[in-house]
Design a protein around this ligand. Structure first.
Ligand code: DX5
Ligand code: ZN
Length: 219
């Protein structure tokens, strides 16, 4: 199963509703990048803005929190109706509690790893989560180059997910995903793909989502 999640980080912010409409028919989830200018040097959607986007979007919303205090904030995004809430392991002091708080609101739970964070650190919480997000750029900005050297981490995660969790945990990659790189990430074992610039810089974003899906299947 391949899932394509367009990120609206670099979509036209003044026309978000119509931008989202362009990809809704072909996309699995809408990826919403929340940044606080502390965990990463960039600020994007507030909780209120996120709530509005979630309530006005017809497809499930996949919230990616790049914030310094996920232990305090993450469950609030779940409460807003996010289908999935992902927070960074590097920012959390109480991952078990934060996972439980998100799950109790009925959202799927994801944990994200920055490029320098080893996969092994997830071992104590793997059995509690629904998705692993392996960053293929340093979080903070769209339009960066795909880090192919993250593929060994993706393969390692795939092997562990299949061996111990019967393939039930989604394996997401985020950053620099394009028609070329999606096949590489898919071959390494990713099944859930975030794509920002590749989708919204295309003349037809909805069709680009389908092309990305085909490319991911072709590995
Ligand atoms: C980066 C964000 C990404 C970003 C991806 O920190 O997490 O979701 O929007 O954008 P592209 O696909 O342009 O790298
Ligand atoms: Zn993201």
């Amino acid at each position: 199963m391949i899932r394509i999640c367009p990120s609206i980080l670099n979509a036209d912010r003044n026309n978000l509703a119509s931008e989202i409409k362009r990809i809704s028919d072909t996309s699995d989830l809408l990826h919403l990048d929340v940044m606080d200018n502390i965990f990463v040097p960039n600020k994007t959607f507030s909780l209120e803005e996120s709530r509005k986007i979630i309530s006005e979007t017809s497809i499930p919303v996949d919230v990616h929190l790049m914030i310094a205090d996920p232990d305090e904030q993450a469950h609030l995004y779940a409460k807003c109706g996010a289908a999935s809430v992902t927070f960074h392991l590097e920012a959390s002091k109480r991952p078990h509690e934060t996972i439980a708080m998100i799950a109790s609101e009925g959202s799927r739970v994801g944990i994200a790893l920055k490029p320098d964070t080893p996969f092994e650190l997830l071992a104590p919480i793997m059995s509690e989560i629904d998705m692993v997000l392996i960053m293929t750029v340093e979080p903070g900005f769209g339009g960066q180059s795909f880090m192919a050297d993250m593929m060994s981490k993706v393969s390692q995660a795939r092997a562990e997910i299949d061996r111990k969790y019967f393939g039930k945990i989604w394996l997401q990659v985020d950053g620099g995903i394009s028609l070329e790189t999606i096949a590489v990430a898919s071959a390494a074992g990713a099944d859930t793909f975030v794509a920002g610039s590749a989708v919204f810089k295309a003349d037809n974003p909805g069709e680009m989502v389908e092309l990305l899906r085909t490319a991911a299947r072709s590995n």
